[in-house]
Every structure is written in C-alpha cells, then in structure tokens.
Design a protein around this ligand. Structure first.
Ligand SMILES: Cc1cc2nc3c(=O)[nH]c(=O)nc-3n(C[C@H](O)[C@H](O)[C@H](O)COP(=O)(O)OP(=O)(O)OC[C@H]3O[C@@H](n4cnc5c(N)ncnc54)[C@H](O)[C@@H]3O)c2cc1C
Length: 389
C-alpha cells in the first residue's frame, strides 16, 4: 500500500474525525490512521458532557461554537451525535462565588445561555438533590451531554462521503521527513504519503511527537467513571452537574442510569496501555459515597458498570493546537480530560490553519506549543485553579 493524501491524521478519536470532516468540507483529502478502531480510546470512554462553563474565555468560546454543532447536528454534520438537553449546573466552593459570577457574566457576553441561580432555584430544578451547602450555582438551561462514539462516527461518515479515507488497525510507527519537511508516515500497513501530518494521538501524543524529535509536555491522565441504575423512586431525570464542592460530576444516561466521575485521584504518568475495562479498586466506593451525599435516594440504586480511560494532559490542563517541529507537522492534542465537547470547533479551526494558514473561526494561537517554553501557561481570567486534583 502506498496511498497519498493531502493530510494524514494520526488518531481516530473525536478530534481526528472532526478535523477530517472539516478538511473534507474544504475540498482537501484527509486520511485518518487509527491503530485500533474509531473512538476506541478516550473518546469512546468519555462522559460526553456538553457545557460552556469554563474560567478561560477561549475555552468557553470553543465550547459555544461547538455547542451549536451539537444542537443542529443533523443539518450541520449529518447522522447522530446523541445530544440530549438536560440543563447543566456548576457547583463551586463559596470561596469562588465572585469568580463564578464574573465567569457567568463573561459567558453571557459571548452569547451563551447561562445565569446565576440560588440554592432554592436548584431545589426546584432538581428536588432529588440535597443542596444545603449551595448559596448560588451557574445554570445553563440548554446544555447536557452527547454520545462521543456516535459523534465521532458521524463526523467520519460525513468526511468519507467527501473523499476522506480511514484505515483502522493501522499503527503509525514513524513520521517520514525530507529536508526538514514532512512527506508521510510508516505504519503497520505500509507507507502513506502526505505533505501534512497531524498528531491527534490523545494519550499517545508524546510518543508521536518523539517521531519528529519533539518532547511534548503531554502526560497521561487516567479517569474512571461508573453508571448507577436509579431506583424507581428516582425515575425523574436530573440535570448534568459539575459539583466541585464534592469533587465529582454526574449526568443522567438513557435506561434510567446516572453516570458519575470524580475529579480527584486521577493518576498521572501511567502507561496508556494500562487496564481500563473496569475502574480501579476503591473508585466505586468513593463515587457511591459522594453521589449519595448529593442525591440520597441513590442509596437504593444498583451499580450497573464502571470503566476507565486515558487522555493526554498538559501542565496547564489546556490543549496544544498549531504547528511544531518539521514543516507540515501539526499538533491537536493535550485535551486534559475535557476535549470532547470542543472537538467540533477545534476541528474547524485546525482545518482553517492547515488550509488557509490561520484559524478564522476563533484565534487559537494562545494554544501554541511554544507557550510552555516561554512560560505563558494558560490560566482562567477568573480562575477556579486546577480542575483535576
Ligand atoms: C473517562 C473519560 C471521561 C471524559 N469525559 C469528558 C466529558 O465529559 N466531556 C469532555 O469534553 N471531555 C471528556 N473527556 C475528555 C475527552 O474524552 C478527550 O479529551 C477526547 O476524547 C480526546 O479525543 P482525541 O481524539 O484527542 O483522543 P482519543 O479519543 O484518545 O483518540 C486518539 C487515538 O489515537 C490513536 N493512536 C495513538 N497512537 C497512534 C499511532 N501511533 N498510530 C495510530 N493511531 C494512534 C489511539 O488509538 C486513539 O484512538 C473524558 C475523558 C475520559 C478518559
């Protein structure tokens, strides 16, 4: 096999598929090379939260542009994203109330449907929750969650309808360069040629970076989640919630389930080949204890399933987007546990950068790789500090 494409994308997660879709829309031929199968890693294990509440304006803008894809998916992309509107609540410790008010004002300025609500409002929105520790919360009535595998599949289907190519079970082993320019890759299925190669390899991004001599500051981050079957007494759907007071998040899932993830004890620096078919020992106990503190009726629920997943994480817990290394090499990685909901906008921006020379949907230059060497780490304008403890 010695096929040629305009752009080779290493990694068939939601980020690679979104880029393939946006490149194909621009009349460029992308080729996605995936060592396993579409959405096999972080994407297929993602909790799929779709919300715009961030403390960095650029992240909120990426999420807001992306939200409009999820809302209008069939017209914009085709197929299904599984977007389900549940409403989204952000709970935060009272020491961050002023920051939260400022962030909601920033979200409103961008155009995001978001408002500050009181503890009593939360009780009315979600009567099953105990919220005595909450004076105010941020509320996004339009937000919810989507199905990351369906999202990735429909991005890729739409790209393939426009000439994109996908090779699964295809491990990229080397990036080939000549006179400082990218010319293609070597893989377990032979060589492929392209003048542009994109590293969208998730938790393996540092390994792919080394293929062109780059030492990327992308570590691995392991994250477990579980699903509880709600008892019949709690059949009412609850909103999607990030509960920074109890260091967890949760959302409803079809079939009367509730998904729970924890923000603490997510190990860094493990091999991404670790065992993730089940959550690590001790996770479900901690997660059940916390969710039952917020929704006491769930103590009548039953554990349905649990699993883990690996994403790439950077020192400032923000993505790396842009050019680096040899001419024709691009980075779309380091999503730090939060890169599902922003994938539509990021794919659009990266396609613009590659084809037109600069992103026009949003300015993504602050996400450049050089920021780490220059000490320009990104931090929220009204920061809540680290999301993952
Ligand atoms: C459990 C969990 C829950 C999460 N919840 C949320 C959430 O609620 N909301 C949110 O926005 N984000 C969430 N995230 C983060 C989000 O899922 C990720 O940031 C996003 O899916 C990253 O997409 P990706 O395409 O970069 O990576 P991946 O989906 O990991 O895709 C990268 C692909 O590259 C392939 N690859 C690697 N090396 C090679 C190679 N050499 N050759 C060929 N292929 C290669 C891998 O097999 C993999 O399929 C969560 C993550 C996890 C793990």
């Amino acid at each position: 096999m010695n096929e040629t494409a305009d752009v080779i994308i290493i990694g068939g997660g939601v980020q690679g598929a979104s880029l393939a879709f946006h490149l194909a829309e621009k009349g460029v031929k992308p080729m996605v090379l995936e060592r396993r199968f579409l959405a096999a890693e972080a994407t297929g294990r993602s909790s799929g939260l779709v919300r715009m509440h961030y403390d960095l304006e650029l992240d909120s803008r990426l999420a807001w542009v992306s939200f409009q894809y999820f809302r209008d998916w069939r017209e914009r992309v085709g197929g299904e994203s599984g977007f389900t509107r549940t409403g989204f609540l952000q709970f935060i410790s009272s020491r961050y109330y002023e920051q939260m008010k400022a962030n909601v004002a920033m979200h409103q300025r961008i155009g995001i449907p978001s408002l500050i609500v009181t503890g009593d409002d939360v009780r009315r929105l979600a009567p099953m929750m105990v919220v005595d520790d909450i004076e105010i919360a941020a509320y996004e009535p339009e937000s919810g969650y989507a199905d990351p595998s369906a999202t990735t599949q429909s991005f890729m289907d739409a790209a393939r309808r426009r000439d994109a190519v996908l090779h699964q079970d295809c491990l990229v082993t080397a990036v080939v360069t000549q006179s400082g320019k990218v010319t293609g890759v070597k893989t377990s299925k032979g060589a492929f040629n392209a003048p542009v190669v994109v590293n969208a390899a998730g938790a393996w991004a540092a390994d792919v970076g080394r293929m062109v001599g780059l030492e990327l500051p992308v570590n691995t981050w392991e994250h477990d989640t579980m699903f509880i079957r709600r008892p019949t007494s709690l059949s009412m759907m609850h909103p999607t919630v990030i509960d920074d007071i109890l260091s967890m998040y949760f959302r409803p899932e079809t079939g009367g389930l509730t998904l729970v993830g924890l923000e603490d004890n997510n190990p860094l620096g493990e091999s991404p080949e670790g065992y993730i078919e089940r959550a690590r020992r001790g996770f479900t106990e901690r997660a059940i204890d916390r969710i039952c503190r917020r929704i006491p009726g769930l103590d009548q629920g039953t554990l349905h399933s649990d699993h883990g997943g690996y994403d790439g994480i950077t020192p400032d817990e923000r993505a790396i987007l842009g050019k680096a290394g040899p001419e024709g090499f691009y980075l779309q990685c380091g999503f730090s546990g939060t890169g599902f909901k922003t994938a539509p906008a990021i794919g659009a921006c990266m396609a613009e950068l590659i084809v037109d020379g600069a992103a026009s949907t949003l300015d993504i230059t602050p996400f450049d790789y050089k920021r780490f060497g220059e000490g320009k780490l990104l931090t929220g304008e009204q920061s809540y500090d680290s999301a993952w403890h």
